[in-house]
Ligand binder design. Structure first.
Ligand SMILES: Nc1ncnc2c1ncn2[C@@H]1O[C@H](COP(=O)(O)OP(=O)(O)O)[C@@H](O)[C@H]1O
Ligand SMILES: Cc1ncc(COP(=O)(O)OP(=O)(O)O)c(N)n1
Length: 282
């Protein structure tokens, strides 16, 4: 009899980035690298590359709901992440299906604006995110501008960030990670982790590069893959930090603008750096 291998399953509910650096594509690459079987529900198709976003084409809510049901009727994700959700209608559909199927380990990356400035979430949908989705979250992972919009407070100091983290916990998320990539005033980067009880600070050196397209997607996908395999939130956020650090450090030469991160890097380092796809490019 054939041996059937058990594998952890991770689902991403997000937008497609045809250039492969962010969105669904970044998430699936990250799931694969961290050993999780990846599944996807597509909320929007974007036309984008390393130069910017050229087009945003949201899916009808009915198409998102049908995809969620196809997953729910047959496949049970061990962890789920949301990325670009675009509209209040899609957010409410996702919230209803997460509840209907009893999905656990929900990671919310509250994607709002791409680094080039293109809007990936309608302004009026922010309230919907707060009301319908964040209360279901195990972990919410805003960057600093997203945390400001969620909490309606300016974040300049670490103390401000702690206050914003408290407000996001009050919205119902069990953990929050406020990522520090946008805090450009410092040599180091601090990601703040809060569980409603105590603050933890994950520090790393800031890498001087413009190739950071998709960092937030990749980071939250790594957290999701780790949760899917049974890791605690503390373990998952630490592995994700290592994953994104390696992915930013080992830069790839792709495109003429803000290039993607290197999804191969973490496992390539684990294997001793002697093998892996980059070998063929040197
Ligand atoms: N230049 C950088 N050097 C090192 N780490 C970075 C850099 N930029 C972002 N990161 C890390 O990447 C992750 C995503 O960060 P951030 O840029 O804040 O979010 P987003 O990509 O959602 O805007 C965080 O863990 C952050 O610390
Ligand atoms: C389809 C899609 N989803 C999300 C983003 C934003 O990704 P992020 O990781 O925040 O990185 P930047 O694009 O802002 O560099 C996206 N661009 N496209």
């Amino acid at each position: 009899m054939a041996f059937l291998a058990k594998v952890s399953k991770a689902l991403t509910i997000a937008g497609s980035d045809c250039g492969g650096g962010a969105g669904i594509q970044a998430d699936l690459k990250t799931f694969q690298e961290l050993g999780a079987y990846g599944m996807s529900v597509i909320t929007a198709v974007t036309a984008q590359n390393t130069l910017g976003v050229q087009g945003v084409y949201p899916m009808e809510a009915a198409a998102v709901i049908r995809q969620l049901d196809s997953i729910g009727e047959d496949l049970t994700p061990d962890a789920i992440k949301t990325g670009m959700l675009f509209s209040a209608e899609i957010i409410q559909a996702v919230s209803a299906k997460v509840k209907q199927y009893g999905w656990k380990n929900l990671v919310i990356d509250p994607v709002m604006v791409a680094k080039g400035g293109s809007s990936l979430l309608q302004q009026e949908a922010i309230q919907s995110l707060i009301k319908h989705l964040i209360p279901l979250a195990l972990v919410t992972t805003p960057n600093i501008p997203e945390a400001e919009l969620l909490t309606r407070m300016p974040i300049r100091t670490l103390h401000d960030r702690e206050e914003a983290a408290k407000r996001i916990i009050q919205m119902g998320s069990q953990y929050v990670v406020i990522k520090g990539g946008h805090d450009t005033g410092k040599d180091g980067i601090i990601d703040l982790v809060y569980d409603g009880g105590h603050f933890a600070y994950m520090e790393s050196k800031r890498i001087d590069t413009q190739h950071t397209h998709g960092t937030g997607c990749t980071y939250s996908a790594a957290v999701t893959a780790e949760l899917a395999s049974g890791k605690t939130v503390d373990e998952a956020v630490r592995t994700a930090k290592g994953f994104i650090q390696a992915a930013i450090e080992d830069q790839l030469s792709i495109g003429g603008g803000h290039g993607p991160t290197n999804h191969f890097a973490y496992q390539r380092r684990m294997r001793g750096a002697a093998t892996g796809p980059q070998r063929f490019l040197q």
